[in-house]
Design a binder for this molecule. Structure first.
Ligand SMILES: CC(=O)SCCNC(=O)CCNC(=O)[C@H](O)C(C)(C)COP(=O)(O)OP(=O)(O)OC[C@H]1O[C@@H](n2cnc3c(N)ncnc32)[C@H](O)[C@@H]1OP(=O)(O)O
Length: 223
């Protein structure tokens, strides 16, 4: 397995892989100062010709960064599941997803590509989770919830049944989401209210990677 990223999220994925007996051949990271990470060689920026037969996982917590990088990767992507996760046999996955400790994914749920279903998160029946979504630790998505591309469901949040959350949204930690949420909204609270409406929801996914630029500082909002 190849890992892209050498931060906190990568640490969790590497320990998961090692605990399950998988070997990590190399780590890519764009920071030239990183040489060794978790005892494994960091070999610099992405090289499509290296270990071409290995699968790669984008081990980066930031959704927009994963979206930006995914388009540049030539390796095939793997799904990574912790052995304690409970995955219904009728759940469906794309590739590049990371399902962490004690996460639960229920029947007829569809998970796209490069999503993170973090520690102890519950995704109930018939949910539809688009690409590059992060369901943070301890969150609960009730039945038939839809989550759009690149949205973060903050830690410990609850989304009630049948709600549709747009793309590029940021759901604050501990939110209780009771109504549909438009693209690009930042919300928090119980019941959750919009605290900021960004313009990113109106742009395509590539432009969504501009998070953090032109004065719209999503990186400083607790991510
Ligand atoms: C493994 C992992 O770690 S996965 C991590 C996943 N990440 C998360 O779950 C974090 C999600 N992000 C958040 O919850 C953020 O706090 C946000 C986006 C809701 C708000 O960020 P900011 O706009 O930067 O808020 P800021 O920190 O400036 O706080 C502004 C006010 O909102 C309050 N506030 C911040 N976050 C929340 C929240 N989730 N719910 C309720 N109130 C909040 C602050 O206490 C502060 O209140 P005050 O004005 O009375 O002092």
């Amino acid at each position: 397995m190849l890992i892209y990223g050498a931060g906190g999220h990568a640490k969790i994925i590497i320990s998961l892989l090692m605990d399950s007996g998988a070997s990590v051949k190399a780590i890519f990271d764009d920071d030239p100062a990183k040489r060794i990470f978790e005892g494994i060689a960091v070999i610099g920026s992405y090289d499509p010709d290296l270990h071409m037969n290995e699968a790669l996982i984008l081990a980066i917590g930031d959704n927009a960064s994963r979206a930006q990088l995914a388009a540049k990767i030539g390796h095939r992507f793997a799904n990574v599941f912790h052995h304690s996760s409970l995955i219904n046999r009728n759940a469906h996955f794309g590739s590049g997803n990371v399902i962490l400790h004690r996460a639960v994914i229920q029947t007829d749920t569809i998970i796209g590509n490069h999503c993170i279903i973090n520690t102890g998160a519950i995704v109930e029946h018939e949910c539809k989770i688009s690409d590059f979504v992060h369901i943070a630790p301890g969150s609960v998505l009730c039945g038939n919830v839809t989550v759009g591309e690149c949205t973060l469901i903050g830690a410990g949040s609850v989304v009630v049944p049948n709600v549709v959350i747009g793309k590029n949204c940021l759901i604050g930690a501990g939110s209780v989401v009771t109504k549909n949420i438009p693209d690009g909204a930042i919300i928090r609270g119980n019941p959750a209210r919009i605290i900021k409406q960004t313009h990113y929801g109106k742009k395509n996914l590539a432009l969504a990677t501009a998070y953090g630029r032109d004065g719209n500082d999503l990186h400083s909002t607790g991510l």
